[in-house]
Design a binder for this molecule. Structure first.
Ligand code: CIZ
Length: 308
């Protein structure tokens, strides 16, 4: 009697990827099972770059909506899919295009730097984009006589203020997940694990309280790189908890303590293996950026990419 095993979800996804000529890119904050089936895992910029370089004609973006828009901007001739249209970003929603247009009227001599966590419509009204890994370089690249309007994350903006003498005006936006990371549990973790290196993301709401005790303030890819390179055996990690999957997988002999178990983004976790399969089956949900927005938004993204 032959042993007939049922095709697993992962096998079905792998088969359909070939049929659809698709690749899956996943953000560092995705659930572990999604990261494990992805062709590429990284931060939003690395995801968009991978998407632009791949020869596949379809890119399934497992992250949140603005990441799919960035992929669409940088890969205009490819089909960009997301498994769930409700996977949005609270930070990106902190500023609308109209709000930015109004704000710009107050500062006619300013340059707008938009964190990638913004909609394409907001990027289209911005001069240049940045990520948490290149924000400082981007700010330093701007003409010295210009003031800077930094949108939308006020914590990343505050951190930039401490690193440069540039005049930076902040928008009052924040990531609801990074706001859940509070200083007190970090102080406790540091007492319990005095040898642990403390790696913190600049979006953290406790930035001001914890900046001085952080060993490094880094983007997600920066945290992953540091964890690999460091001689430390233990780490306190202050960012969205999805990153722990990759940290543990890549560093099986090291121990990682999340600064807050509550820091799990429910929008990031909207994507599931089932939805990935359905997305490839039905070729949904396609993300397109209207051409008149794309033309301008692409300029802001490409200016950033030239700086790296
Ligand atoms: O750029 C990204 O992917 C975000 C949102 C954060 C990070 O540090 O990677």
């Amino acid at each position: 009697m032959s042993l007939k095993t049922e095709t697993t979800l992962v096998e079905k996804i792998d088969e359909l990827k070939k049929v659809r000529d698709a690749v899956i890119v996943a953000h560092n904050y995705q659930a572990g099972e999604i990261q494990d089936i992805a062709d590429f895992v990284g931060d939003s910029l690395a995801m968009a770059r991978y998407g632009a370089q791949t020869i596949a004609s379809t890119i399934l973006v497992c992250g949140v909506h603005f990441m799919a828009e960035s992929a669409a901007l940088l890969s205009p001739n490819k089909k960009i899919l997301v498994p769930d249209l409700e996977a949005g970003c609270s930070l990106a929603e902190c500023i609308t295009k109209d709000q930015l247009v109004e704000w710009k009227k107050e500062f006619t001599n300013a340059v707008v730097v938009a964190y990638v966590n913004t909609s394409a419509a907001v990027k289209a009204e911005s001069d240049i984009c940045c990520t948490s890994s290149n924000a400082l370089k981007v700010v330093e690249s701007l003409p010295k006589d210009k003031e800077i309007l930094f949108i939308p994350d006020m914590y990343l903006g505050q951190w930039l203020r401490t690193k440069t003498d540039r005049k930076i005006h902040l928008w009052n936006g924040s990531c609801h997940t990074h706001l859940r990371i509070r200083p007190e549990p970090i102080f406790d973790l540091k007492k319990e694990h005095p040898q642990a290196e403390f790696l913190m993301h600049p979006e953290c709401g406790c930035l001001t309280a914890c900046m001085k005790i952080a060993d490094r303030i880094l983007s997600t890819d920066g945290i992953l790189k540091r964890a690999k390179e460091s001689n430390a055996k233990e780490f306190i990690i202050a960012t969205e908890t999805g990153i722990l999957h990759r940290l543990k997988k890549e560093n099986p002999l090291k121990t990682f303590y999340p600064a807050a178990q509550e820091a799990a983004c429910e929008f990031m976790k909207k994507n599931t293996l089932e939805k990935v399969l359905w997305s490839l089956e039905d070729l949904v949900y396609e993300v397109k950026v209207p051409e008149e927005i794309a033309l301008k938004a692409r300029i802001a993204l490409e200016r950033m990419m030239q700086i790296q």
